[in-house]
Design a protein around this ligand. Structure first.
Ligand SMILES: [Fe+2]
Ligand SMILES: [Fe+2]
Length: 264
């Protein structure tokens, strides 16, 4: 049995702070921790400072998202895949995209058992940039016949319908489908009939008093005036959101939400 923690989009300095403060304790209760880092560098991308702090706190694998390429540190980190276990979106149309869209880890499970965990990320296409088909990209990966062990899919997408459809499409073929990108945790945590754990969005790890991470002033002004002002990472207390999974034979035995709000 393999216990995995998945932490949703780390956003800016408040997100990095709450991750560094809380991940070490959370990590003790699991065998592996996947952290989505796409907003960890001031809201856009991941820089080395953020990656190093997350590794120190106990992260075992990083996923990214639509802001994958925003900070150029990511390109050099991708050249050092032992130090920086990064999984970027799988479904870019460019076959020469840097990095990898999935990665298999050998993990020591509960009671010393040897387990395999494959982490894969896809980007959705509804209300997002045009990319290759994420459903087909995952079918192609699963049809290769490789021993991927327990498979965890981070579906980084805007539309609930696209995320749900992907989960049903993959039900019984992967251990978990966990959504990211909308930054708000959803309450639909469940295991589908075929054994795949699912939650539409893990929620994010960043400033609690914010509009999906930004200080509310600029988004309010934008919606009031149709003029896009500069967004600023909100200050103040932070929240950490994610899910905790128990996996066996590429099926989920358990999924539960993890939510910490500083000061509560
Ligand atoms: Fe995000
Ligand atoms: Fe995103």
């Amino acid at each position: 049995m393999l216990r995995v923690l998945f932490v949703g989009d780390v956003f800016g300095q408040p997100g990095r702070r709450v991750l560094s403060a809380r991940l070490p304790e959370l990590r003790k209760g699991v065998d592996f921790a996947v952290v989505n880092m796409e907003n960890s560098a001031g809201g856009f991308g991941m820089h080395r400072e953020a990656a190093d702090a997350a590794l120190k706190a106990g992260a075992d694998c990083f996923t990214l998202g639509n802001h994958a390429w925003h900070h150029r540190d990511v390109f050099t980190m991708m050249n050092d895949e032992v130090t920086y276990p990064i999984v970027r979106p799988l479904n870019y149309s460019d076959p020469g995209a840097p990095g990898v869209g999935w990665r298999t880890f050998d993990v020591q499970g509960e009671g010393g058992s040897r387990e395999r965990l494959t982490v894969v990320q896809v980007l959705g296409r509804v209300f997002m940039e045009a990319l290759a088909n994420p459903f087909r990209a995952l079918d192609d990966l699963l049809d290769r016949g490789e021993d991927l062990g327990n498979i965890l899919v981070d579906v980084h997408a805007e539309a609930t319908s696209e995320k749900q459809a992907l989960a049903w499409h993959l039900d019984g073929r992967v251990a978990a489908v966990i959504g990211t990108h909308t930054h708000v945790p959803t309450a639909d945590t469940r295991i589908l009939p075929g054994g795949t754990a699912y939650q539409t969005d893990a929620g994010f790890t960043g400033p609690h008093d914010s509009v999906i991470g930004s200080d509310p002033a600029a988004p309010i002004q934008r919606f009031l005036t149709e003029r896009h002002d500069r967004y600023r990472v909100a200050d103040g207390r932070a929240e950490l959101n994610g899910v905790r999974l128990e996996l066996e034979w590429n099926r989920a035995v358990k999924i539960e939400r993890v939510r910490i709000v500083e000061g509560e």
